[in-house]
Ligand binder design. Structure first.
Ligand SMILES: [Zn+2]
Length: 499
């Protein structure tokens, strides 16, 4: 047992060193690496990846895990959680037949390119055979992974967010369907009261960068352990509490995009930076789950960033760095919160966003159960879209081919995006009992908010499951009503809706 623990810790340290180096190379590749390096870089990465695979699957390491698993009661709470999670991952991997796994890896190596081409050519038929193979693989995957505990689509849902299955998601999306869909239709039909339309302005990238720097200060970004860079699509990579990086993209004709991407990514970054540093370089460091991570970024982006108080902080920043434009607080507030029925999920506003996810959830569930076949996807997508959004989908490019997810990554991933927003609303409600959030923002920085999130969520890293963190932070199990109520209250106040 002593020996097994020692071996486990030795491997953990080694693996973490590899993961850290891979993170740095990945970040370099997507930001500043010269174009000419990639062929050679591919060769080097293949060598490193092979070594890493050998480490991850070595007999010494898996024996140590087996011994620790058999003596799990003797471990502390954090290690117990860690070993159970690792063991589960190994068991799941073993259930996939090797030849099927290799075939699937080959398929997904080319499927993204095929998808991108089909999307650009607006041609679903050219992607259909590939997508049929992908769906077929995942249906088989559900059979391989079936257990007494989880069956069907629940297996994939639960892999993306531990302990969350169609029971929780059905309740969540039914709540949206019943209350939110009719409300959204009502709101988008109302005229926007703002006088200045900020969409007509262009702002130089230099000026936008200065604004984003000021946002980093408002959000107390730790410049000793955090940096920022530019990429086509914004993202955050974190490693331990000592090296966190986020990226942004700047459009001259859409300054709101870089402002809210910064707030969103800084939310992810703050989560990573505020984990308990004792969990650094262990498998319990970093954010706890997909939805939990997204709950933090969306908490900052929407609940804090799109509040009147935060807009009040933004106005003097914009006046300082973009003095040529007239900044009106009320108009800017309406502009950054404008709800609109639109086709593209990634560009959707706070209010209509969950409807995009609900649509995908319905379709994934039907595809996994065999109820919906790939050949019927465009038609069913368009029908459902009309039902939820009230508008006709003109083509597959802005319809069922818009996201890369179904080209390989997985099914059951989309719902965590909406779940994250719902978690965030429940956290907001709990935080409000302890601090005056509006007053905290008006103080000029999010320090008090960061501190609350650190104490109730961030410090745990991934040493606990999402359901446990939810219970510890809010004293309740997940309840989707907080989210629906939050959206209805916010937009009813904005648009004077009384019933
Ligand atoms: Zn995010």
């Amino acid at each position: 047992m002593e020996k097994a623990l020692e071996t486990y810790k030795k491997y953990q340290k080694k693996l973490q060193a590899y993961y850290y180096m891979m993170m740095i190379v990945g970040f370099d590749s997507s930001t500043i690496a010269p174009e000419g390096c990639f062929a050679k870089r591919g060769e080097h990465m293949a060598i490193v990846s092979e070594d890493l695979y050998k480490l991850e699957t070595s007999e010494e390491y898996s024996n140590a895990i087996d011994i620790l698993y058999k003596n799990i009661d003797q471990l502390d709470e954090v290690l117990q959680h860690e070993i159970k999670r690792i063991k589960r991952g190994i068991e799941k991997q073993k259930k996939i037949p090797m030849d099927e796994y290799l075939k699937f890896t080959e398929l997904t190596a080319v499927s993204e390119q095929l998808w991108a081409k089909a999307k650009n050519n607006n041609d679903f038929e050219s992607f259909r055979p590939t997508m049929e193979k992908i769906v077929e693989y995942w249906r088989k995957y559900l059979e391989w992974q079936e257990s007494d505990e989880y069956k069907g689509f629940d297996i994939l849902l639960e892999e993306h967010e531990k302990d969350y299955t169609s029971k929780e998601y059905d309740e969540f999306f039914n709540c949206l369907k019943e209350k939110l869909v009719p409300f959204v239709k009502k709101v988008v039909a109302l005229p926007c009261p703002a006088k200045i339309d900020y969409s007509k302005y262009t702002i130089s990238i230099q000026q936008q960068k200065a604004v984003c720097k000021a946002i980093e200060d408002i959000m107390c970004y730790d410049h000793v352990h955090g940096i920022s860079a530019e990429t086509e699509h914004p993202f955050t990579s974190g490693f331990g509490t000592y090296d966190v990086r986020y990226t942004n993209h700047f459009y001259e004709d859409n300054f709101v995009s870089s402002i809210y991407s910064a707030v969103h990514e800084l939310g992810h970054a703050t989560y990573e930076l505020q984990c308990n540093p004792e969990l650094d370089d262990t498998f319990s460091g970093g954010g706890c789950s997909m939805a939990m991570h997204e709950s933090q970024s969306r908490f900052y982006e929407n609940m804090i960033g799109r509040s009147r108080e935060f807009v009040h902080l933004l106005v003097p920043v914009l006046e300082k760095y973009v003095p040529e434009i007239e900044w009106n607080e009320e108009d800017l507030y309406y502009y950054v919160n404008k709800p609109e029925m639109s086709y593209i999920r990634t560009e959707a506003d706070e209010l209509t966003y969950p409807l995009h996810i609900m649509l995908r959830y319905d379709l994934e569930k039907a595809m996994m159960s065999g109820e919906l076949e790939v050949k019927d996807l465009p038609r069913v997508w368009n029908e459902k879209f009309k039902e939820y959004f009230g508008i006709e989908v003109p083509n597959v490019k802005v319809g069922c081919l818009q996201d890369v997810h179904w080209a390989g990554m997985s099914f059951g991933y989309f719902p965590t995006y909406a779940l994250g927003s719902a978690y965030a609303a429940q956290f907001y409600n709990a935080m409000e009992k302890d601090i005056d959030i509006k007053k905290a923002v008006l103080s000029g920085t999010t320090k008090e908010i960061n501190d609350w999130l650190k104490e109730h969520i961030h410090k745990y890293g991934s040493s606990k499951d999402p359901k446990d963190i939810m219970l510890l932070a809010t004293g309740e199990e997940f309840n989707p009503n907080y989210y629906v109520d939050y959206l209805i209250n916010k937009f009813s106040e904005m648009y004077n809706i009384t019933e």
